[in-house]
Design a protein around this ligand. Structure first.
Ligand SMILES: Cc1cc2nc3c(=O)[nH]c(=O)nc-3n(C[C@H](O)[C@H](O)[C@H](O)COP(=O)(O)OP(=O)(O)OC[C@H]3O[C@@H](n4cnc5c(N)ncnc54)[C@H](O)[C@@H]3O)c2cc1C
Length: 401
């Protein structure tokens, strides 16, 4: 089962981490994932296991108690975890984005306060840009932070917070016009606020309510919520990086690594779908032979495996580009776009291979079929990826005539 999606050039530590994670996925996630998912149950034991493996601190620098690993190592771990159950990778992802934003943009005090506890999984992160009226068009946000002495007063409603209930640290993007005269471009008057809160639902801190879990078609187990700020008071030292007006860039930086992560999830889910399809195709007989012996099914398997390979290669390329310190928005956009589209197609083919049984909740492919569409939307839809890719291509290939 390991012939596909190999990664050349990994060092011993990376190989060891990946083999430990794969083992954990095979033993602790795959056997229970579908049952937990059907009950929409939070995978508490799995999360404790991830903490023990150090996965919450995988990319946090060693000086803050993390493993100081690269984006590539992180993405390959996410691929393995999503192969087991995509929701589990969702639990780590927003945490990872917030830790990354703190590492890149936080003040020294913010790093010292949060990163060591984030590495242990004691502080768990969520990030929040989307609002009920917008997701793609981030520049249109209306949530607002207004300075009042040594505090900011936050008001507004946020939507679609992955880990909104279980997290205790949320990076929230708000408009903050202070110091930015009227007419300033919208993306230059946004600020990321670091909001500490109790995990749970209801009023989790004065002025801050997490109403409850949104009921979703897939991506279950992990909680997705709204967040309501009603005169929420935040100390001024909880502005990410200490300076207002930088929130849009900080969030976009976070989302860029998040896109590699979503690509990695697409790779993991597609791999699992291929494994299920190729296994079922050799067991199910029609017209006197295993369906894998019908050319139409073999062609499907060939297409599925080719897509798994291509998506993996693009995801690895995007991660390596970021690790080398180069700008990777083009590669991350392409990887996210391709991996999520291919994932949906590979899952659909595996579903078709299962015939009627694919429609039964007894078969794992039914779960994957409901999970794959989320990847088409999260961290920017396909249309948004194509806008990013298109703009970058025009920068790179500027007409010189
Ligand atoms: C399960 C789940 C978890 C999520 N978790 C988080 C989270 O943790 N934090 C967070 O901030 N957000 C989160 N989101 C929100 C997610 O990022 C948005 O749903 C996504 O960005 C799309 O925004 P939208 O839903 O408002 O769609 P819209 O922006 O309203 O788009 C609707 C459609 O129009 C298309 N479209 C929009 N603009 C253009 C354009 N200019 N040109 C062409 N087509 C366009 C889109 O591609 C889409 O097909 C989550 C969403 C889901 C479903």
């Amino acid at each position: 089962m390991t012939r596909l999606a190999q990664t050349a050039g990994l060092n011993d530590i990376q190989r060891e981490i990946l083999s430990t994670v794969r083992d954990f996925v095979d033993k602790e996630i795959i056997p229970v994932a579908t049952q937990l998912e059907h009950r929409d149950e939070y995978p508490t034991e799995i999360v404790e296991g991830l903490k023990e493996l150090g996965l919450f601190g995988l990319m946090i620098p060693e000086e803050y108690g993390g493993l100081g690993e690269s984006l590539l190592t992180y993405a390959l771990c996410v691929e393995e975890i999503a192969r087991g159950w995509m929701s589990v990778s969702g639990i780590i992802n927003t945490h990872f984005i917030v830790a990354y934003m703190l590492k890149q943009h936080g003040t020294q005090e913010q790093k010292d306060t949060f990163l060591p506890r984030m590495a242990l999984g004691e502080v768990r992160g969520a990030f929040s840009m989307s609002e009920p009226a917008l997701g793609s068009d981030v520049s249109a946000i209306t949530s607002k932070g207004v300075r009042d002495g040594e505090e900011y007063v936050l008001n507004g409603q946020k939507m679609w917070l992955t880990n909104g209930g279980t997290s205790n640290l949320v990076a929230v993007l708000c408009r903050s016009d202070e110091g930015h005269p009227e007419g300033t471009a919208p993306h230059k008057s946004m600020t990321t606020f670091l909001i500490e809160k109790e995990p749970g639902f209801g009023e989790v801190r004065p002025g801050l309510t997490i109403p409850g879990k949104i009921d979703k078609m897939g991506y279950k187990g992990v909680d997705t919520t709204e967040l309501i700020m009603d005169d929420l008071r935040i100390p001024a030292n909880r502005v990410l990086g200490g300076t207002t007006g930088r929130g849009f860039y900080q969030m976009m930086d976070g989302v860029e690594v998040g896109r590699v992560n979503v690509a990695a999830r697409g790779c993991g889910v597609a791999q699992r779908a291929f494994e299920l399809g190729v296994s079922y195709a050799q067991q199910r007989h029609t017209f006197g032979k295993p369906i894998a012996q019908h050319q139409a099914i073999q062609f499907k398997l060939a297409e599925m495996a080719t897509k798994v390979e291509a998506a993996h290669a693009m995801m690895v390329n995007a991660a390596r580009k970021k690790d080398s310190g180069e700008r990777n928005d083009l590669e991350a956009g392409m990887a996210k776009y391709l991996a999520s589209e291919y994932c949906k197609e590979v899952v659909e083919d595996a579903f078709r291979i299962h015939g009627g049984y694919g429609f039964s909740k007894e078969y794992e492919i039914e779960r994957l079929y409901r999970e794959a569409p989320m990847l088409l939307i999260g961290e920017g839809t396909a249309e948004i990826q194509k806008m990013i890719i298109g703009r970058r291509l025009l920068e790179e290939y500027r007409f010189q005539g």
